[in-house]
Ligand binder design. Structure first.
Ligand code: 13P
Length: 340
């Protein structure tokens, strides 16, 4: 394992004024989003949409790394350049989702465990040869009556740590993503408590399985009330609870923290990340940035809707959200940015 190379890549991914773009939707997820907009659910449509994203001019000013999917890491632009090469020449580090999805956990109704460890070392080597320098694995933890169980938390934490060890062995920086999802009526305190337990289990397993913390990036959820909770806390409360939870749970050696957006609007995700960086920058041992999918892509996808004629406007919308996210990473985001 080349620790220096891992640490350098991890540091570049959380560079001072940048963050990550997640564009690693699996084909079923991508198709679901296309179906809602009447876009054909075909390989050529998915390729065209991803080409629009990776060729957005100036994307590299805000984005340090982009997470691809098994289909997109093999795709090319209409001019025949691989997406990996397009990203690299824009100064964006190519990454790859390597889990094979969160599946129902046998014996534990309503809970999921993420699969993909079988054959992982071979796949990781193949992706590394294709130019990927980091990887992603997402575990999904739901809050509800009697859940999450300790069994679900432990099974997911162990898989995340095995994945991280395999990636580091092949020189890829693992993005470790244990997502406590927003669905349900739970409140902010419940999200905080569950996230704290999950992070504790994950870091314990990372330690047990000898993962180099300086060579990983943590991709957590923010601490939020559930979507159906009658009380929705304000930006300052969310920022305070999230930083409190992270300070209690995440070792200082971790290279950086990059949040998922989890269904928040782009504006709200930026506002909350910004508040954390404004209020707590001097208290935090790690850089705090973004690794958004929906909160960067969504206005762009709506505008594009499968039409060549709207591709340029969609790229503008994508760049705007990337710039707002960059501003939030710097603690310089203002609501005014979204009014113009
Ligand atoms: P969202 O930002 O849309 O939550 O997606 C992030 C991600 O990578 C999910 O795995």
């Amino acid at each position: 394992m080349n620790s220096e190379q891992l640490i350098n890549t991890a540091r570049m991914l959380v560079a001072t004024d940048k963050g990550l773009l997640a564009m690693d939707e699996s084909n079923p997820t991508c198709n679901k989003r296309f179906a809602a907009l009447g876009i054909p659910q075909t390989e050529p449509s998915r390729r065209a949409y991803r080409e629009l994203i990776v060729t957005s001019p100036g994307l590299g000013e805000s984005i340090s790394g982009a997470i691809l999917y098994d289909e997109s890491i093999r795709q090319k632009t209409s001019k025949g350049t691989s997406f990996v090469d397009v990203l690299a020449s824009a100064g964006i580090i190519p990454g790859i989702k390597v889990d094979t999805g969160a599946k129902e956990m046998a014996g534990f109704p309503r809970e999921k465990v993420t699969e993909g460890l079988d054959g992982l070392s071979g796949r990781v080597l193949e992706y590394a040869r294709m130019g990927a320098r980091f990887a992603k694995w997402r575990a999904v933890i739901a809050i509800g009556s009697g859940i999450p169980t300790q069994a679900c938390i432990e099974a997911n934490a162990e898989a995340l740590a095995r994945y991280a060890a395999v990636c580091q062995q092949s020189g890829l920086v693992p993005i470790v993503e244990p997502e406590v999802v927003m669905d349900g009526p739970h409140d902010l305190e419940q999200c905080l408590e569950v996230t704290r337990c999950v992070l504790h289990a994950v870091f314990n397993q990372l330690y047990v399985q000898r993962v180099l913390l300086e060579g990983i990036i943590l991709k957590p959820n923010m601490i939020l009330p559930g979507r159906d909770c009658p009380h929705q806390d304000d930006v300052e409360q969310v920022a305070g609870a999230t930083v409190r939870c992270l300070l209690r749970s995440v070792p200082a050696a971790v290279a950086g923290i990059a949040f998922l957006s989890g269904g928040q609007s782009g504006e709200l995700a930026c506002d909350r990340l910004n508040a954390m960086n404004v209020r707590f920058a001097s208290k935090m041992p790690w850089p705090l940035t973004f690794s958004f999918a929906r909160a960067i892509q969504h206005p762009a996808l709506d505008i594009w809707s499968g039409h060549e004629l709207t591709a340029k406007a969609a790229q503008q919308a994508l760049l705007h959200r990337a710039k707002c996210s960059r501003a939030a990473r710097l603690g310089q985001y203002t609501a005014e940015m979204d009014k113009t």
